[in-house]
Design a protein around this ligand. Structure first.
Ligand code: F6P
Length: 363
């Protein structure tokens, strides 16, 4: 006789990787749908996989509250998170690395859970998928990251708020740039992808946008800034993604300068004679009140993740695609980079608007 499939009664929920706006909306949606919709218990695991490594395991039961809508307005994650300590190569105090994945799986089973929902970016989802496979854990992933670099979803939770923050920074930089005839350089996050830079650059009216997906040179950027001056524009707004790298420059030079933003400011000052200033936006992009768009996406994906578990369809990631909530096998996500398409609509639009991308292609 075929063994009877175990009924879901109790699920675990964790947030992993860098925090971002909209995570608490995901938590609220998962808890509401699981508890009120399916009659399950939800156990919130603290600090990502670190909570499962701790003994006793760090976790608490989550319940829907009459005033849980306040979670929609709250940045960060009430569960805590970590972007350190890959459990398969965990850094130990003595400097060695240790595979601690079995301890995490044991931690999961110690909580007597039937399934796990993990909210993470590409790195965290890869780790969680591997743990789930190793520990035979029914798992569903929800994509979140300001970097928007998770494959198979058009949007990850947190991206919209980060783009709005970077755009607002440009709104604030433009008047001071114009008043002082300065070239303002805004360095934004995004890890290896230029999604934040290109989106905010278009929305905020940048003159130059530099992203890791398009090879660019200092000469092309200098030329564009100089040409702006010739037509009477004595200031410029430049957005540079943290991983953007000028052709022919070695990584050490950028590091020594304190990052690409500072490197570019010094070089552009020298090549154009312009006065330059740098703003490294940093973690401001991760915090703050979530935009409606991230609250909405978090709610849509959270509810669908719970329903997938109810249907027994695990080993999947929920996603937003073509105006629909969909779900895809984790194998189609893990290790698949999602960077800016150099021939896609954003790059075409930037070129169409006359934004310099630092390459030789003319708009
Ligand atoms: O992945 C999100 C992100 O904010 C990246 O954009 C950035 O490169 C990185 O995390 C920063 O990490 P940390 O919070 O460890 O400084």
């Amino acid at each position: 006789m075929k063994p009877k499939k175990k009924r879901t009664r109790r699920i675990g929920l964790l947030t992993s990787g860098g925090d971002c706006a909209g995570l608490n909306a995901v938590i609220r949606a998962v808890v509401r749908r699981a508890v009120d919709g399916h009659g399950w218990d939800v156990i919130g695991i603290r600090k990502g996989t670190h909570g499962l490594l701790a003994r006793p395991v760090e976790a608490e039961e989550l319940k829907p509250g009459a005033d849980d809508a306040s979670l929609l307005r709250l940045g960060g994650t009430i569960l805590g998170t970590t972007n350190k300590g890959d459990p398969f190569a965990f850094p130990m105090p003595d400097g060695s690395v240790k595979d601690r994945s079995r301890e995490i799986v044991e931690g999961f089973h110690a909580l007597d859970l039937d399934a796990l929902i993990g909210v993470g970016g590409d790195g965290s989802l890869a780790i969680l998928a591997r743990l789930a496979q190793q520990g035979d854990i029914p798992f569903v992933g929800i994509p979140k990251t300001i970097d928007n670099d998770v494959a198979r979803t058009e949007r990850a939770v947190g991206f919209a708020t980060a783009v709005a923050t970077a755009t607002e920074a440009l709104d604030r930089l433009q008047p001071t740039a114009a008043s002082h005839d300065r070239v303002m350089i805004l360095e934004v996050m995004g890890r290896d992808a230029g999604h934040i830079a290109i989106a905010a650059g278009i929305a905020g009216g940048a003159d130059v946008v530099l992203i890791p997906e398009i090879a660019w040179t200092l000469e092309a950027v200098s030329r564009h800034v100089t040409e702006l001056r010739v037509v009477g524009r004595d200031f410029a707004l430049v957005v540079v993604a943290e991983a953007a790298h000028p052709t022919g420059t070695d990584a050490d030079a950028l590091k020594q300068a304190g990052g690409i933003g500072h490197w570019l400011a010094a070089k552009l000052g020298a090549t154009t004679g312009a006065e330059t200033r740098v703003t490294v936006l940093g973690h401001v992009q991760r915090g703050g009140t979530p935009l409606a768009e991230d609250r909405l996406l978090g709610s849509l994906l959270g509810v669908h993740a719970v329903d997938l578990i109810a249907e027994g369809r695990t080993g999947r990631m929920v996603a937003w695609s073509n105006r629909e909530v969909i779900d895809v096998p984790l194998e189609e996500v893990v290790g698949v980079p999602h960077v800016v398409d150099p021939n896609g609509p954003l790059v075409r639009t930037a070129r169409g608007l006359g934004i310099c991308l630092g390459d030789e292609t003319e708009g």
